[in-house]
Design a protein around this ligand. Sequence first.
Ligand code: MCN
Ligand code: CUM
Length: 806
Amino acid sequence: MNAEVASVEERKQNLKGMGTARRRVEDVRFVQGKGNYVDDIKLPGMLFGDFVRSPYAHARIKSVNKEAALAVPGVKAVLTADDLKPVNLAWMPTLAGDVQMVLADGKVLFQGQEVAFVVAEDRYAASDAAELVEVDYEELPVLVDPFKAMDPGAPVLREDLDGKTEGAHGPRRHHNHIFTWEVGDKDATDRALSEAEVVAKELITYQRVHPCPLETAGCVASMDKVNGQLTLWGTFQAPHAVRTVASLISTIPEHKIRVISPDIGGGFGNKVGVYPGYICAVVASIVLGVPVKWIEDRIENLQSTAFARDYHMTGEISATRDGRITGLKCHVLADHGGFDACADPTKFPAGFFNICTGSYDIPVAHVSVDGVYTNKAPGGVAYRCSFRVTEASYFIERMIDVLARKLEMDPAELRMKNFIGKEQFPYTSALGWEYDSGDYHTAMEKALETVSYKALRDEQKANREAFARSETRSLMGVGIGFFTEIVGAGPIKNCDILGLGMFDSCEIRVHPTGSAIARLGTISQGQGHATTFAQILASEIGIPADQITVEEGDTDTAPYGLGTYGSRSTPVAGAATAMAGRKIKAKAQMIAAYLLEVHDDDVEFEVDRFVVKGAPERFKTMAEVAFAAYNNVPPGMEPGLEAVSYYDPPNMTYPFGAYICVVDIDVDTGVTDIRRFYALDDCGTRINPMIIEGQVHGGLTEALAIAMGQEISYDEMGNVKGASLMDFFLPTAVETPVWETDFTVTPSPHHPIGAKGVGESPNVGGVSAFSNAVNDAFAHLGLTHTQMPHDHWRVWKTAERLGVTA
Ligand code: MCN
Ligand code: CUM
């Protein structure tokens, strides 16, 4: 392209800026098998670690005998809690203000808990030796049911907390109680419920699930004793936070620790937390003086790393006879497992669950959450959730359907009637959030129209009549999931993790020849940051996206940031990118004006250049300005063209969407056929429509998995049932329906480019659409609510219970 004669439109296209379906630059290496994941890192003399894990869910450890393991050829060390105690690392702090055993100290609290760490020359030797470590267990009574956790006679799980009546989030009233968190106006809500014309009540359980990323968690720790330098490669979603935490608990000065997140094969929240494997690899490297790698296998991943959900939500919703919602109440029993290791902003032990008034203008509401210990793996919150927003969204969207049934009203109509109106934004919810922008009626109308909602209901009516006449064995269900998310944590005043404020950052360097590098405090795990952040910059500073390298994940080079989760990268780091770009542009404007010998205010930016106002033939391109920045700047100005922005967002962003699912259920087999799934997303200004679509496809597939099959369940002994892909449902192309995507655009008023997050939306909105569809299929038979997952067996059981199986 000849830059001199190209039209504005051509030059715009050349930038591949915002709004372009630019191809993912990272895929060049991924599709050729040239990605660089943690397990690809091979260092001279590197050893491998493997865990001895507890077969019991609750047991006292009477003794550990390492001798036979140490005799295996190639084995270098076997670490137990006693070895970690002298360095104060037998326990570690969790992100939720609790402490967690790194290696079992006197007892184990869940099946699969780390008991000893074997280090050997190769992973086979480590694994063989791990089997030879003799552990003498004495079984203890097991607590699996969270509803029994606070019974007077419930077994004492956390002996280390004996007599502690204050936890990290207030008073504890039982030895297995972690916290109570309350928000909203209880009296006003109780009044609304007692005075209401109609009240619907339901226990809604969101089962324990697991994100199961393709790549499991792992790390390589390398302690250089000569220089006192620790380098840690790992599957970390927040590398800077890992560095700070590593420094605090190891006492190695922070500038001597370098944390690197290389390519990550999916995070989905599973790689936010800190796991014993990281600590053990670091300690082993310090002790042995060589690099140590630890990579968990699939079963270990499913059994012991951060689970998600396990929320038992009892809801009450009140309304007038004609369907105006007057109040909402929810009590949650939250099963956190053996240690409270939830990853939430410090002040939010139940995350952002108080977004559970959803998209509706509900005058009063009250939420209380009780967190309890059980003999299950710790973790919590992970899995495309944005801090318990998926639970909140599932809860309100099921409650709306339950209420609709009670009112004998169409669920779409009930939603339309109670939506927050477009003119009400910014809208402050009864539970305290300030929604930045939204236009729910438009989105819903578009969705209903696209799927011909009315015709679907007519078809359903005919189907039910045919079913009653025994002309078909199939029942049709239509499910709506309308969600409002809260993403982009978050203003430092509200959100911190371990005291680290949740801002984010971008640093840009423009090179003399007009290309650039941008470094961010976030880290992609597949979301395509290298592609999209370059697009934001291309539009801001007029350098083609193809000439901008985006780098993340190396704490020695990237500016400090809090990482990628909770769909916060676009709302926070994306904003920092635009702001840093604007600093570049401001300096470039002064240089351009100087070169053009006019006043700063007499030039204006146009796509990729500064043009003299009223004299379009007189301009300097950004590339020309970049070169001048290194040899010909105005007198008194520093040379160079660089900028950094640390962005503390004024508010979170509130993306929303309207999802509709149509399912056909064979009542004799329980087989569910997703006939149609329509997803309309509004994430404000869209940076890359193709990447957004990919995010929606991925998130919907995970929502399908959760709603229709995934569950990490336990038997009464605390054995994890189905911790392998033989039993844990991971959908393939075979089970995955065709996704129809759509959008509206309601920009965020406070984000510099108006963008909201989108990565988690499809999971947040998808689960309720599937579940509502299944429940809807049986509604005419008297069903109000049936628990997820809606696998074939459970669906068949529901049909049997309703008396319609053959
Ligand atoms: N995007 C866009 N326009 C917008 C919003 C987002 O083009 N208005 C683009 C972004 O630039 C980015 C992607 O969409 O490339 C996702 O952006 P965002 O919503 O900001 O989410 P994050 O980048 O912070 O990613 C986190 C989110 C979370 S929390 C989970 S969990 C999840 C998800 O992303 N994990 C994923 N999507 C995933 N996708 C893949 N492939 N792998 C994971 O582990
Ligand atoms: Cu909660 S899963 Mo995402 O926030 O990494």
